[in-house]
Design a binder for this molecule. Structure first.
Ligand code: EPZ
Length: 417
């Protein structure tokens, strides 16, 4: 199993380009199931989760043509299967995004239940409830969700709390449903807006994506389209934290600052200066980083996907930062590993008190999930000595060649077996 070996203490210099957003690419790929025309997607990040989604589509019967770096044309003519198998879904729970499009277009779907995850239980009951309200007949047996519907029909659905992929799944299904669907208390993430833009370019009628109330006028068959996926705000945020931690004026290129406001505001409150020039964010590491409390929340709040990276930063800040994780019930798996490196962190339920600055020392650590692995890489960059991050496959799921990008910024980082 691959590991990353990091010799810490080297200041990062130069520019790093942000790839396309994993969490926009995955629903965009699932949306190709809604038409039998070809859909061309560009700026797809070269990460393992995108590969997995392409495999799910191929095994359903899609023809996938990879037309160069980060571009793929997908055409789903006749389906050869309705099933998203356990072997694929267990490696990437976002495979559940094929459920809505499959039942909406093909009247049937059989998708493995994703099961538990390192960061929380993560049930998909809201996806299922919504499809049932649209008239799908759903059974759960042998670890699979089986959905059937001659034709979905529009419905009014209000989410009890915000769900990103839940909003995406029902928005996609509603585009082919008979009549109008009103979704209330929706998630407002930029990835949902990007998906709606793709669907509209395929001929769908959608109002309000990016707000809590989305209206979809369904019923029209959808056509092919060409769509460029938005940049990855979480990857950008990760490099902003790296720059604030151990950078010497690095520039993060290609990010959408308007997708990162909460993170930029939080970093500024810690004393980090970020200069914005067009698509370039230049990070100036302060002499003294100030500890600031944090509360994760749905967009436009501070993203839970940046909580771990922010925690690594707070280990080097003066004072105590109280970090409250409100989205997932088990998203502190990185704490034990940071403590092994010398961090002073006390967990109390879904909050963690990080007191700093403490000297981090290199150690062998274990990644448990995608963002925890990014956190450990950041800590390794700032630590004295050598850190070895085991299970680097977690990182590969969502970061495009992180060690190459960090190496280009002057970090001493290599992949070892
Ligand atoms: C998306 O996951 C992202 N994944 C996650 O990014 C991200 O952490 C999360 O949104 C929150 O921002 C993708 O977009 C592919 P949710 P999702 O449904 O949609 C509960 C990363 O690191 N819930 O918004 O699965 C759920 O358990 C990943 O890139 C239900 O109870 O998250 C959680 O506590 C990790 N029932 C909360 O809602 C449901 O049916 C929010 O989850 C659905 C969700």
């Amino acid at each position: 199993m691959d590991k990353l070996r990091i010799a810490g203490g080297r200041f990062l210099k130069g520019r790093v380009a942000v790839a396309g957003a994993k969490n926009a690419a995955l629903p965009a790929l699932a949306a190709t199931l809604l038409t039998d025309d070809a859909v061309e997607l560009t700026n797809l990040p070269r990460v393992r989760d995108v590969r997995t989604m392409l495999r799910v589509l191929e095994q359903l019967g899609a023809t996938v043509n990879e037309t160069g770096a980060g571009a793929a044309t997908v055409r789903v003519g006749r389906l050869q299967s309705f099933e998203a198998p356990y072997d694929l879904v267990k490696t990437m729970r976002a495979s559940v995004l094929v459920l809505g499009p499959l039942v909406a277009r093909h009247g049937r779907a059989r998708v493995s239940l994703p099961g538990g995850c390192a960061i929380g239980e993560r049930p998909i009951n809201l996806h299922i409830d919504g499809l049932q309200k649209m008239g799908a007949d759903i059974t759960i047996e042998h670890g699979y969700v089986e959905a059937k519907a001659k034709r979905l029909r529009g419905a009014s659905i209000t989410f009890p709390f915000k769900t990103v992929t839940g909003t995406e799944n029902l928005m996609m299904a509603a585009t082919l449903a008979e009549g109008t669907t009103r979704l209330g208390h929706c998630a407002c993430e930029p990835e949902i807006v990007d998906l709606a833009e793709l669907l509209v370019s395929m001929g769908a009628v959608i109002h309000g994506a990016g707000t809590e109330d989305i209206v979809i006028e369904g019923g029209q068959p959808l056509r092919g389209a060409r769509h460029r996926v938005i940049p990855d705000r979480i990857e950008a945020g990760t490099y902003l934290c790296a720059g604030a931690l151990i950078g010497d004026g690095i520039e993060v290129v290609g990010a959408r600052a308007d997708h990162l406001e909460a993170a930029l505001t939080q970093l500024a409150a810690c004393g980090v200066v970020i200069e914005r020039t067009g698509e370039v964010l230049r990070v100036l590491r302060p002499e003294r980083l100030v500890a600031r409390d944090l509360r994760t929340s749905p967009h436009p709040g501070f993203p839970t996907d940046m909580q771990a990276q922010y925690m690594a930063l707070m280990t080097q800040a003066s004072g105590t930062a109280l970090i409250a994780e409100t989205i997932f019930e088990r998203r502190f798996m990185h704490v034990g590993e940071l403590q092994r490196m010398g961090a002073n962190i006390r967990i109390d339920g879904r909050s963690a008190a990080v007191t700093g600055p403490t000297r981090l020392t290199g150690a062998q650590v274990m990644a448990t999930d995608l963002r925890a692995s990014a956190c450990l890489v950041l800590a390794g960059l700032a630590a004295d000595g050598v850190t070895v991050v085991d299970r680097a496959y977690h990182l590969d799921r969502g970061y495009e060649s992180m060690e190459t990008k960090l190496g280009a910024l002057g970090a001493s980082i290599e992949r070892i077996r």
